[in-house]
Design a protein around this ligand. Sequence first.
Ligand SMILES: *Cc1c(COP(=O)(O)O)cnc(C)c1O
Ligand SMILES: [Zn+2]
Length: 391
Amino acid sequence: MKYICTCCKKKYNIDKILIRCTECFEPIELQKFNNSKINITKDNVFERYEEFFPFNNINFNMSLGEGNTPLTKLNNISSNYGFKEFYIKNESMNPTWSFKDRGTFTCFLHANNMNIKNVGTVSTGNMAPSVAAYAAKNNYNAYIFVSEDIPEEKLLPISVYSKTLVKVIGNYSSLYYKSIELGNEKGIYFMNSDVPFRVEGSKTISFEIFDQLNDKIPDVVLVPTSSGGNLRGIYKGFEELMLNGYINKIPKIVCVQASGCSPIVNANKKNKKKIDKIENPETIASAIKNPYPPSGNKVLNMLDDDSFISVNDEEILLAQNYLSYNGLFAQPASCVPIAALPKLVERKTIKPSDTVVSILTGAGIKYTSSVKNNISNIIEVGIDNLNSIID
Ligand SMILES: *Cc1c(COP(=O)(O)O)cnc(C)c1O
Ligand SMILES: [Zn+2]
């Protein structure tokens, strides 16, 4: 098993930390797994799909119980928009409430194989608490770099797990690349958004969807996209199912972004082959607010031409409301696909006969400030007048 560049196809040994191709600087990935069989006697996705990972055995001592999340059917959404079936893949059920835990687990398995004890990440949102939690569980030293303007609401959940939490003063967008340099110099494994083993972890989302739909695949999968790492992993999961003869096509994977920060969607609109950096990104969907996504070029060039869409903050907040009335509280970034549904149906990216899965990437409970306007809906009544509110 080797790493292979997603662009120029140069190969590298996997016994080292490598994040990007040293030739063309595009992302690298693990070669695709073939001759892999699903172990149908196992329930846990990492055991069931063990042959789709480069580990001799999966060390579950390092696990916090990631993955194996529910696929919840929402009939009123599919009937409202006029297509066959709609499901939410509820990643808020992960140990630190986002899909990031899947890739953090596979990165820790890799770090363990290489005997590396120093890890790190660059994150403003969900990756930081995820890496910090697995570091705590496994007694690793974790350098967590956050931006100086991170709100307290996001900082505190990281601080719960982390001993080395660092606010970085300066240009945050260059930190992804700075951390790669620092990691190389000091032997620290920076488990950033689209590193190869994190992308491997996201494959398990596709594997579970395949299992949960009883060995069928959906027609369309909607993915809120920032760095592009998760989308690449979901795509690779389906590719490997196909390569091993379990399915005969890959679902249409749709990249959904917030219009205040949509470098990949913009490039698609302008028929470009490379993304441009967004200068002043602004959106409520902070978990997908990456102005220059490291896997952006790859995502842009791997999907169908009609598989890119963006929605504005107003649409995102309405979608958040819509989901909450279905009993699911998602953070704004995770609501962008729901906000995109009307347009996707209108332009026929979603067809009436389609089964659609949307990835609910992270929990709303982490960022309750996004629903602060709800305060005005709360009813106040005296204890002796409770019957007055019941009609
Ligand atoms: C990280 C994250 C994303 C974006 O994933 P990428 O792999 O960076 O594209 C989307 N939603 C949530 C909640 C996230 O934490
Ligand atoms: Zn390359």
